[in-house]
Design a binder for this molecule. Sequence first.
Ligand code: HEC
Length: 176
Amino acid sequence: MLRQNVWMVSVAMALSLPGAAIAADTSSGAAKAASSAKGANAATLERGKYLVKIAGCNDCHTPGYMALAGKVDEKQWLTGDTLGWRGPWGTTYAANLRLYFDKITEDQWVKIARSIETRPPMPWFTLREMTETDLRAIHAYATSLRSAGGPAPAYVPPDKEPKQPYAQFPSPPPKK
Ligand code: HEC
């Protein structure tokens, strides 16, 4: 029951992502973020933080974020999660994006975001809808947080039983 609820929330959220990313505005108040590792200005960092919140990145890539209705300390943001997402593709885990973004430049990220295709439920297709400015803001914000935490659990193939906890998607997927 709980598993299914988690799944439904995630699908609803994933479906809302493209609109959310496009409808983003910059009225999120005074940019208070003080400084960035890469020298991004405060407004860019504030925009990145805003996008990470409204485009769903925190929902999956921050431990407990959905279950706690977003009440997770910023120190934990984007450090990845041990909740598995199990479906016909196997079991995937939302990566530690603090480690991930620290290893790639902003330019590399812009290229990757245009071509990346992951397994579900990562909404890789919505990254392609984002403007380059927004992609750069996400990178600037994520790197300003600096590396933290360890890597997420490794991908588990479909024929292997993953450890708990995991959210189960229907298998086979619903017919169109
Ligand atoms: C519904 C859950 C979900 C949401 C929302 C989500 N992700 Fe993911 N993400 C995942 C999962 C799960 C993976 C691992 C996919 C795999 O193993 O193939 C992943 C993988 C990634 C990767 C690849 C990491 C690597 O090591 O190659 C990047 C980059 C990424 N996500 C960025 C983002 C960004 C940026 C956002 C917000 C715009 C976001 N994700 C939103 C679940 C999510």
